[in-house]
Design a protein around this ligand. Structure first.
Ligand code: S3P
Length: 180
């Protein structure tokens, strides 16, 4: 079903609250790919929650762990990655997105994301903010161009529900496969 590039891997990128994990799990099931959530994998490996890693070791250390895991794991094929929102910050990670599979950006405005995110305790970059939308807007401003630049396909999810996002991705993959 997938094109030759995508038989390597599929990557979902985007901000916190963009439904990468919700959609990714279903997409992996539909395409019979191994599902990898980078945050879950790091939590399993370290036996620590992401929020605790940030608190105890700092963001930089978390980024190192994230990149070390991602670069190594993406060498295998046939996987669907739901990536942490900050995956785009590292040049090494961006190289992986470019070279090891097809990348879908689940795009959404900071307003939409703020409406979707109810619990910020699991998200250390948001947990100390009294204005969620403003915080998301600042992060979005720093990253949005990178997300766009490294996406093979951009799905605007503002007016969609997760099943529709899933259907849109499957549709894109089928169409691009039919072209080959
Ligand atoms: C982060 C996003 C989180 C997690 C960490 C940092 C970010 O993942 O990796 O809290 O920098 O955007 P989700 O995008 O899955 O929430």
């Amino acid at each position: 079903m997938l094109t030759s590039k995508s038989t390597e891997n599929l990557f979902l990128i985007g901000m916190m609250g963009s439904w990468k994990s919700t959609v990714g799990r279903k997409l992996a099931e539909a395409l019979k790919l191994e599902f990898i959530d980078t945050d879950d994998a790091i939590e399993e490996m370290t036996e620590m929650k992401v929020a605790d890693i940030f608190r105890e070791f700092g963001e930089e250390k978390f980024r190192e762990m994230e990149t070390a895991f991602f670069v190594e794991k993406a060498k295998q094929k046939g996987q669907l990655f739901s990536t942490g929102g900050g995956i785009i910050l590292s040049a090494e990670n961006r190289k992986v997105l470019q070279e090891n599979g097809i990348t879908f950006l689940l795009d959404a405005t900071p307003q939409t994301l703020a409406n979707r995110i109810h619990n910020t305790t699991k998200r250390p970059l948001l947990s100390d903010s009294d204005n969620l939308e403003e915080r998301l807007q600042n992060i979005w401003n720093d990253r949005h161009q990178l997300y766009i630049d490294y996406a093979d396909h951009v799905i605007n999810t503002d007016n969609l529900e997760p099943p529709q996002v899933l259907a849109e991705i499957l549709n894109i993959l089928e169409v691009s496969n039919a072209d080959h």
